[in-house]
Design a binder for this molecule. Structure first.
Ligand SMILES: NC(=O)c1ccc[n+]([C@@H]2O[C@H](COP(=O)([O-])OP(=O)(O)OC[C@H]3O[C@@H](n4cnc5c(N)ncnc54)[C@H](OP(=O)(O)O)[C@@H]3O)[C@@H](O)[C@H]2O)c1
Length: 271
């Protein structure tokens, strides 16, 4: 899959893995639409891209709100309409925005539960289907080819005690993408899910996971993870787990009884 000359929407581009993916895409010759809530962060990254000779646009959007995905896709259509014909023919979407909740599931408020599901599941699925119908309805230039990269997690293969809702959200995304790939098998569309393990980002700090894992070998560098995610996408992999240790973990999750895996994970994640 060719990234050069592709306009790619990147959600969660204001920090962590999303920002690293956006910069990596620019390095590969793509143009990026940076989406998240914190405009100043997005503007700073866009400025960095432009200084390096790349093209970047900013879209401030709350994807946790019901209208967020539609707003972002409409903004992307306007941007694509304003650039050259060849660019409009190659479009991409990176679903990276995501949050977690770390702690006993019984301690979660209804609002905290909905925040995880609204962003991780509803917004990601809504964005993906809107992106796919943009490609298919003629709103994009004829011959447009599209590619979607969705960041899931090792948690999409395992039971994850104390992050139960997060794990459920990532399992849902894996199921959605596998189903969509089968539904659209005749279309010229690349659909990749990439599952990283722990990454040293704000998500780990804001959720309190850093109390458990800070400074440990569990946390990879976002740039390292971004390189692997883009490599999997370019190779048109349907599903990829990043890193050998994470592949071993997900292999265990697939082949050992979940009772055993859950007990081991409970010990690892116990707050
Ligand atoms: N860190 C890990 O250990 C780890 C492991 C496996 C998978 N992942 C996955 O990697 C992805 C990126 O996470 P990260 O680790 O890079 O965390 P991060 O640094 O906290 O980044 C999360 C991004 O999501 C955006 N976001 C949050 N709420 C939003 C909302 N309502 N609307 C729009 N954007 C929103 C944030 O931007 P604003 O706050 O500016 O809106 C930010 O750019 C997530 O899908 C996560 O599940 C992370």
């Amino acid at each position: 899959m060719e990234l050069r000359g592709r306009i790619v929407i990147v959600t969660g581009a204001s920090s962590g893995l999303g920002r690293a993916i956006a910069l990596r895409l620019v390095h590969e010759g793509a143009d990026v639409i940076l989406a998240a809530r914190r405009r100043e962060r997005l503007e700073a990254t866009a400025e960095e891209v432009r200084r390096g000779g790349g093209r970047a646009w900013v879209c401030e959007v709350d994807l946790g709100s019901p209208d967020g995905p539609a707003f972002l896709i409409e903004a992307a259509k306007e941007i694509a309409a304003g650039v050259g014909e060849s660019h409009r023919r190659r479009l991409g979407l990176v679903n990276c925005a995501g949050i977690t909740y770390y702690g006993p599931v019984t301690d979660m408020t209804g609002e905290e539960l909905r925040a995880v599901i609204d962003l991780n599941v509803s917004a990601t699925i809504d964005l993906t289907r809107r992106f796919v119908s943009w490609l298919g309805t003629g709103a994009a230039a004829p011959g447009t080819d599209g590619a979607v990269l969705t960041i899931t997690s090792v948690a999409s293969y395992l039971p994850v005690p104390y992050q139960a809702v997060y794990a459920a959200s990532k399992h849902a995304l894996r199921a959605f993408n596998a189903s969509l790939a089968a539904e659209l098998r005749a279309a010229k569309l690349v659909l990749t899910t990439f599952a990283p393990g722990g990454i040293a980002t704000e998500l780990v700090e804001t959720s309190g996971l850093d109390r458990k894992f800070s400074g440990s070998a569990f946390l990879a560098n976002p740039e390292w993870v971004a390189r692997r995610a883009i490599r999997a996408w370019k190779s048109e992999r349907r599903e990829c787990v990043g890193g050998l240790a994470n592949r071993v973990t997900t292999f265990a999750g697939r082949h050992l009884p979940w009772g055993i895996v859950g007990r081991l994970a409970e010990r690892l994640y116990r707050p």
